[in-house]
Design a protein around this ligand. Structure first.
Ligand code: HEM
Length: 390
């Protein structure tokens, strides 16, 4: 743990987008010398080589919004929208009101706000740049486990708005959507949550709504940036960019309630108490997929989620940045978000394996799916997506 993974600095100073081994943890809890509004005052830098909100240690609250471009959109209108969003995102992330903010007081608590923008296939069509779309930018193939609803799928533009305070997220999302009104209309909106700052010990991996410790085997974005980002010097507009997969995955918690503890732990291959693998003692012990129990069967089940999702192929790893959702009884799950340099090479093989066999499939169902190219970060004097749209 330690201050380096805050992804934010106090008092409006620039902050890193990097993480450390403590990825997934919430910010350190308060000490007596800390200002009571410390979590509210923390900011993340908007400008830099990468967009914020990817390598940023996940904030407590997220709103993911997909928008569709209005008919008649073209490259010029996209540039205008990107200039507006650039300006507003920069202001809001610094704790300043948006340009035409009708509730400027609501902007005063940045709370590590990040705004991340992604482009669906429709952007490339509207901008008349079909040849510039990455090969992996197309709807995922349909999987046997999928029960996708249009209402939770697709979209021309993605706005991922995250902060450690839900008032901040709500305000920022409203400003950005309102300012986009003549260019794009909201298609779907998904709200998610993790632990609030100061509620769990530093370094604690969050628990998803099934009660599982979620994120232990994740990658550390600072240690393996190449898994997420197209290298800065690489050819094309996507240098310094990435891709986002957003899947809404419903959890059948009522049926999960009927499973005993041993069955639940067997489903993942990890213990509920502390997330340790069934073959180890501590959360971060490496799972031993070869270990056999007294009956000769694997200690970690052949269909356990971590056996099926874990890979020896370093190219098949990616960053998971999921949030829980709870929209009422019977409507709970994960806003599964992953970031990877290449959806086809990294995400798809894993998703295919899980589709073929994964004990978790008994209680989880993907009901929405969307993919986006995430343009690089915004340098001084630049606007979002400039390398593509100029
Ligand atoms: C690991 C839960 C969906 C990929 C895990 C773990 C849990 C979990 C509890 C073990 C702790 C950890 O390493 O994070 C869930 C739930 C899901 C879900 C509840 C759906 C509601 C997915 C999907 C993918 C995925 C859709 C990718 C297509 C992974 C990977 C790991 C993992 C790569 C780490 C494996 C390792 O290297 O040890 N998940 N997961 N999960 N999951 Fe999932």
């Amino acid at each position: 743990g330690g201050a380096t993974f805050l992804g934010g600095a106090i008092g409006g100073a620039a902050a890193t987008f990097g993480g450390t081994a403590a990825w997934g943890a919430t910010r350190p809890s308060s000490s007596s010398s800390e200002a009571p509004d410390q979590a509210g005052r923390a900011t993340v830098a908007f400008r830099g080589p990468r967009q914020p909100g990817v390598g940023t240690t996940p904030q407590a609250f997220a709103t993911l919004l997909a928008l569709d471009l209005v008919d008649g959109s073209d490259r010029e209108s996209l540039v205008r929208l990107m200039r507006i969003w650039t300006d507003d995102a920069e202001r809001l992330m610094a704790g300043r009101p948006g340009l035409a903010d009708t509730e400027p007081e609501l902007a005063a608590v940045p709370a590590r706000l990040t705004v991340t923008v992604g482009y669906g296939p429709g952007v490339f069509a509207a901008a008349d740049l079909p040849g510039r779309a990455p090969a992996w930018l197309r709807p995922l193939p349909s999987f046997g486990v999928d029960r996708l609803a249009d209402a939770w799928s697709g979209g021309d533009l993605l706005l991922q708005v995250c902060a450690d305070d839900p008032v901040t997220v709500s305000h920022a999302a409203r400003v950005l959507v309102k300012q986009a009104r003549t260019f794009a209309r909201p298609r779907w909106l998904q709200r998610g949550f993790r632990n609030s700052p100061g509620t769990v010990a530093p370094g604690t991996t969050w628990r998803n709504p099934m009660g599982q410790v979620d994120g232990t085997g994740n990658i550390d974005p600072a240690a393996e940036p190449h898994l997420i980002w197209h290298p800065d010097g690489s050819a094309g507009w996507l240098a310094g960019g990435t891709s986002a997969v957003v899947r809404r995955i419903a959890m059948d918690l009522d049926r999960w309630d009927e499973v005993d503890r041993a069955g639940r732990e067997n489903t993942i291959g990890r213990r509920l108490s502390d997330g340790s693998p069934l073959t180890g003692r501590h959360e971060h012990d490496t799972p031993d997929l070869e270990a056999k129990g007294p009956n000769g069967f694997g200690v970690i089940d052949a269909a356990a989620h971590i056996r099926r999702s874990r890979t020896q192929d370093p190219h098949e790893r990616f960053l998971r940045r999921p949030y829980g959702y709870d929209d009422g009884p019977g409507d709970t799950g994960l806003v599964f978000v992953s970031y990877q340099a290449d959806i086809d090479r990294q995400f798809l093989p894993v998703q295919r394996r899980l589709d073929e066999l994964d004990l978790l499939n008994e209680w989880t169902t993907p009901i929405g799916s969307a993919i986006f190219a995430v343009p690089p970060g915004v340098g001084p004097g630049e606007y979002l997506g400039q390398a593509l749209l100029e």
